[in-house]
Design a protein around this ligand. Structure first.
Ligand SMILES: NC(=O)c1ccc[n+]([C@@H]2O[C@H](COP(=O)([O-])OP(=O)(O)OC[C@H]3O[C@@H](n4cnc5c(N)ncnc54)[C@H](OP(=O)(O)O)[C@@H]3O)[C@@H](O)[C@H]2O)c1
Length: 602
């Protein structure tokens, strides 16, 4: 078997003589004799010949299998390194595609339930009316008879169950191959397109876990696509109902491989690795920080050695072994050099384990898993003990890192600054971002009626939280004013939680009730409260920063939030997780607003 012969050559690396330690590759074969076939194990003797090696292979009983008089070797030329190397490297990225309106079905669709009836069932509601459901492909073909075949056949792929991932991968791939072969062999389906649906099998962010049992199918189907162009499409769903509703848009795409994440359809693209900022190199030593070498682009992010790891703790301080860090928009702006007056390091929140407590610390002890506000993005951080709280049992560090800034900001704004009451109406802009998602949870838990804006591609996440069309509008156009105005009728909004700017703010102010609260989290369009009050019937305008709450109040809020999490009245936010070495990609993901909830570095 070629793999056996290949393995037999690997010891060649050991023949380096110290003077010629560079890698050598096989170049020319001379005097090759095969004495026997079918050997499944080989005993191999390798003898240096000067310009190469001689090889003699026997089976375990000593019977000759192959002899090679000489395999000449050539040294591998020096590999390019640095920028030259990365210029030649390409990487696969998933690019968000412009939103496609689901087109009316051309012909009719068939949905096959044979491999995964549950996914098929969940999809049924998201498909065009002209969709018929079949147990098997055979049943579909029989039903078609001489009539027109379906234009699209949707087949959710099997996912299997159990811990034997390799076994499941084999079984799933075999079943899918069987389906593909039957489809391609069926002449009556020659004009149909087979759409295979997998779940969580494509690594869209390049991080996190993938459905390993299904992902080999992607390799298989790519080969089939090369042999039968245009006949088969792969679409990977995230597995949440939200994404299934985006399926219509994905089906309207002419691309062979697509992935739907957070209601947004992504296409696979090859890009130069150099253009992506690549992977950050880890510096030597145990302590380092994510930093900006030269502000201006996200390519300037580096992991730089840090020196303060052993500094003595002050009163009330704890040292934390950091496991996960939440990324905030301020980090992106800082990395881009857009807030030169701010010299705090990158990172303002995270989760980890307390490893040391200074004098005067109470509430947490070494060994506690905590989440909270602290600066820096590296393996250790020092925090004020009042700014951290214990992580609820059963949470991952990533989940915990989604909480501090988003929930504290939302809580402080809605409870402390607006004193929001049950039955009041909240206009919540960018309701699927970090603060938005947290504010939505809080408002709903307090029986506040929420009017939410978000990019249309993210609306499924709002539907999932129970909002209806009357309470959802785009965050990117001014239509929300008329749309929510219609929903409100004679009523008005009591509180606006805002980080938009310009005419968006004017439109929001016009929806506010006299004396209502306008809470400004953003920094780009700060207005004079007196002018706002004068122009808008006593509206109480407040631009705020959550840190203004002060450590004592932050401690109280963290305790209150902790109890709400323990009671499962609140939940950690959805997170897109990146390895710290992919920080440029994570920052880019946030800056392009591709996320729902939080972006987290681990
Ligand atoms: N004052 C404070 O104490 C405080 C605390 C935390 C955060 N903040 C600020 O509050 C804002 C929200 O924070 P966050 O953590 O929720 O941020 P985030 O997760 O990045 O969400 C911001 C959202 O803004 C929306 N957006 C609207 N127009 C946009 C545009 N032109 N470009 C990019 N995004 C746009 C995007 O949602 P759509 O795609 O749905 O439009 C995006 O997801 C940020 O400006 C942040 O700096 C302030």
């Amino acid at each position: 078997h070629p793999a056996l012969l290949d393995a037999a050559l690997h010891p060649v690396a050991l023949t380096a003589d110290g003077q010629h330690s560079e890698a050598h590759l096989p170049f020319a074969w001379n005097g090759v004799t095969l004495h026997a076939t079918q050997a499944t194990a080989l005993r191999v003797t390798i003898t240096p010949t000067g310009s190469g090696i001689a090889i003699s292979a026997t089976d375990p009983a000593g019977q000759p299998v192959a002899t090679i008089d000489e395999l000449s070797l050539r040294p591998l030329p020096d590999a390019p390194s640095g920028p030259a190397q990365s210029n030649h490297l390409y990487a696969l990225v998933w690019e968000a595609l412009p939103t496609q309106n689901p087109t009316a079905a051309d012909g009719w669709y068939a949905l096959l339930t044979e491999h995964d009836p549950d996914v098929a069932d969940a999809l049924a509601g998201s498909l065009p009316d002209a969709t018929r459901t079949y147990g098997t492909l055979t049943g579909l073909v029989e039903d078609c008879g001489d009539g027109a075949p379906p234009s699209v056949i949707l087949a959710p792929c099997p996912s299997g169950s159990g811990d034997d991932v390799a076994g499941r991968a084999h079984a799933i791939t075999r079943q899918a191959l069987g389906l593909i072969q039957r489809f391609l062999a069926e002449e009556r389906l020659a004009s149909s397109r087979l759409v295979l649906l997998t779940t969580g099998s494509a690594s869209v962010t390049g991080t996190g876990t993938v459905n390993l049992a299904q992902s080999p199918l992607w390799g298989l189907v790519r080969s089939v696509q090369a042999e039968h162009p245009g006949r088969i499409t792969l679409i990977d769903l995230e597995g949440r109902a939200t994404n299934r509703q985006a399926l219509g848009g994905a089906l309207a795409e002419a691309e062979p491989q697509l992935a739907v994440r957070g209601g947004v359809v992504h296409g696979a693209r090859l890009v130069r690795a150099a253009g992506r900022g690549g992977t950050l190199a880890m510096p030597p030593g145990d302590d380092w920080r994510l930093a900006v070498s030269e502000k201006g682009t996200l390519e300037d992010l580096v992991l730089a050695p840090a020196v303060q790891a052993d500094e003595a703790l002050g009163s009330g301080q704890v040292r934390i072994a950091v496991r996960a860090v939440g990324v905030n928009f301020r980090d992106v702006l800082y990395a881009l050099g857009m807030i030169p007056q701010d010299d705090r390091p990158l990172g303002g929140e995270g989760a980890g384990i307390v490893v040391e407590a200074g004098p005067g610390v109470d509430g947490v002890v070494p060994g506690d898993r905590v989440m909270g506000i602290f600066t820096g993005t590296g393996p250790t951080a020092v925090a004020d003990h009042r700014m951290v709280t214990r992580i609820p049992d059963g949470w991952s560090f990533t989940q915990a890192a989604t909480v501090p800034v988003a929930f504290l900001t939302a809580y402080y704004a809605l409870a402390d600054l607006a004193g929001v009451q049950p039955g009041q109406r909240l206009l919540l802009h960018a309701a699927t971002g970090g603060v938005g998602t947290a504010a939505l949870q809080l408002a709903q838990s307090w029986d506040v009626e929420v009017f939410a804006t978000a990019s249309p591609g993210k609306w499924p996440a709002l539907y999932e939280r129970g909002l209806d069309d009357a309470h959802i509008a785009s965050s990117r156009t001014l239509e929300f004013k008329e749309h929510f105005g219609d929903t409100l009728g004679d009523q008005r909004i009591d509180v606006v939680l805002n980080a938009l700017a310009g005419e968006f703010n004017d439109a929001s102010l016009r929806l506010l009730a006299p004396g209502g609260h306008f809470l400004e989290m953003g920094k780009t369009d700060i207005r004079d409260p007196e002018e706002v009050a004068a122009g808008h019937a006593g509206v109480r305008y407040r631009a705020f920063d959550v840190l203004q709450a002060g450590p004592e109040r932050i401690q109280e809020m963290l305790t209150e939030l902790h109890d709400l999490f323990e009671d499962e009245r609140l939940h950690p936010l959805p997170a897109t997780n990146y390895d710290i070495r992919h920080a440029p990609e994570a920052y880019r993901h946030l800056s392009q607003a591709r996320h729902i909830g939080k972006v987290v570095l681990t």
